[in-house]
Design a protein around this ligand. Structure first.
Ligand code: SAH
Length: 475
């Protein structure tokens, strides 16, 4: 590989002042921000670089891995001057693994970074000028917090069956025997599955050839220590299922999910239970929740309780409200709010999650919550058409959409409901800002913004926002 060190060889370069940088050149760069996917962002001669393995405040020597028209990518070779927020990562795979992008940042710096990220998005994308963002709600012990993980399974170069995590931006599997995010105890299950695969010649999936059977293992763990295991397979049937169940006597729900489509979507639509119940039950804020493999459920229990409490506090229910919980999943926020409201209407697209939500209302003896299956952007306009918002109702709307945010059709429908308050729970500050801009254009004002750290060691941040009616259009 031919390396040229740009900053140090400036004088030697032709074309007065213009530096032509190309792949494999070396640069020295100081990082001032972090991208959505966790790379450090910095500039060399006005040219922006996304630098792998560098955090805010670091000056690193890096090699250019790709050049695009307006920006480039580089990989850290050596930290020349470390940032004062740099810490030694706990995990030896932290650099290679795509799971934790900012494990080498002190936890307080991670929280500050997330608060700034929310504010920057609200200002840049949302156009909010004087927005006050609360301190990020953090964790006391920001490791081993996950109650769910999905492990890809494959073969390594030597042909051995391995499980692990994908390396950042790739589909090559990094073999890991322990992960500092959790769930604790998953390795024992994964090792047992590998032994079972070896014994019965069950092939792992080969992504390139689209052949083999076992693609992923999904593991969930409840607060009481109950485990659910679901093997995602590239086939219609799992042979030696009884032998697998016998090898995992401490797992209370074992199933397989059929996913024969190529691509990145982990789960297919059909799940077959091979042992135990088709779900596990967890406890949150004193409520019980049944969770099926395909249902969404927050992965960080401790922080979820704080997130939902923040949403509940924002809604500040008096008991006479109709709460619309849109994107309700298995009805967690709905049931948190039901005891304090007149009634709750949950809307959710995944059928199994709606079944879980109805069952969860029953499990907790909650009778004022109902759940509708369908896309919120289709269901809510239909409900308005049918007059569900009522002229005398006190409506509160809660939305908790996936990363892509709310469909504009839904935002317009929410404005038609004209709720007293809107509580927006978001996992993506960019789409949050885009959607709040629409909601706050006329009738609503942004009252509070509370980031919650649901995913320590990663760049993700969750936010609870309260919007109150009678905004004056000023942002
Ligand atoms: N509030 C829940 C779920 C949030 S995740 C919780 O805290 O657990 C977002 C949920 O929205 C997922 O359950 C997903 O299945 C659902 N979803 C995605 N697109 C949707 C749409 N267009 N309409 C309704 N629900 C949708």
């Amino acid at each position: 590989m031919r390396l040229r060190l740009i900053v140090f060889e400036k004088a030697a370069l032709p074309c007065a002042g213009i530096i032509i940088m190309k792949k494999n050149d070396l640069i020295e760069i100081t990082v001032s921000d972090i991208s959505v996917s966790g790379e450090g962002i910095g500039k060399v001669d006005g040219y922006t670089f996304f630098v792998k393995d560098a955090i805010i405040g670091d000056t690193v020597r890096a090699v250019i891995t790709k050049m695009n028209k307006g920006y480039g990518f580089a990989k850290t070779l050596e930290v020349v001057s470390p940032s004062d927020i740099r810490v030694e990562p706990k995990c030896k795979e932290a650099r290679r693994c795509g799971g934790c992008q900012i494990q080498c940042m002190s936890y307080q710096a991670q929280l500050d970074f997330k608060r700034k990220k929310v504010r920057d998005n609200l200002v840049r994308i949302g156009g909010f000028k004087n927005v006050k963002v609360n301190e990020t709600v953090g964790m006391e012990e920001p490791f081993l917090y996950r109650n769910k993980a999905q492990y890809p399974v494959g073969r390594n170069k030597d042909g051995r069956i391995i499980y692990g995590f994908y390396a950042g931006r790739t589909h090559s599997i990094i073999e890991t025997d322990s992960c500092f995010l959790g769930p604790a105890g998953a390795e024992k299950i994964l090792n047992t599955i590998v032994l079972w695969m070896e014994k019965y010649n069950v092939e792992p999936y080969d992504e390139e050839a689209a052949s083999g059977l076992v693609r992923h293992v999904l593991i969930r763990k409840s607060r009481s220590g109950e485990f659910m295991v679901c093997l995602v397979i590239n086939g219609q049937r799992l042979k030696y299922a009884d032998e697998l169940a016998a090898a995992l006597p401490f797992v209370s729900s074992i199933s397989y999910n059929i996913q024969t489509a190529k691509g990145n979507t982990i789960l297919g639509s059909e799940t077959v239970t091979i042992y135990g119940k088709p779900y596990i039950t967890d406890e949150l804020g004193g409520l019980k929740f049944r969770i099926s493999p395909r249902s969404f459920y927050q992965v960080n229990r401790t922080q979820t309780e704080k997130l939902y409490s923040a949403a509940l506090e924002a809604a500040n229910l008096k008991g006479d409200e109709t709460v619309w919980d849109l994107y309700c999943g298995i009805g967690t926020i709905s049931l948190f709010m039901a005891a304090k409201a007149k009634k709750v209407i949950g809307v959710e697209a995944v059928f199994e999650a709606v079944c879980d939500a109805r069952e969860n209302a029953r499990l907790n003896n909650i009778e004022n919550a109902s759940f509708i299956c369908g896309r919120a952007e289709e269901i809510v306009p239909q409900m308005i058409e049918a007059g569900a918002q009522g002229s005398a109702e006190k409506n509160i709307v809660v939305v908790d959409p996936p990363r892509k945010g709310c469909d504009e059709k839904l935002l317009l429908a929410i404005l038609k409901i004209a709720p007293e308050k809107i509580v927006y729970v978001s996992c993506n500050p960019a789409t949050l800002a885009r959607d709040l801009k629409i909601l706050c254009e006329k009738d609503y004002r942004l009252e509070s913004v509370c980031p919650v750290d649901m995913f320590p060691q990663t760049v993700s941040v969750e936010t609870v926002c309260l919007l109150c009616v009678n905004g004056d259009g000023s942002l």
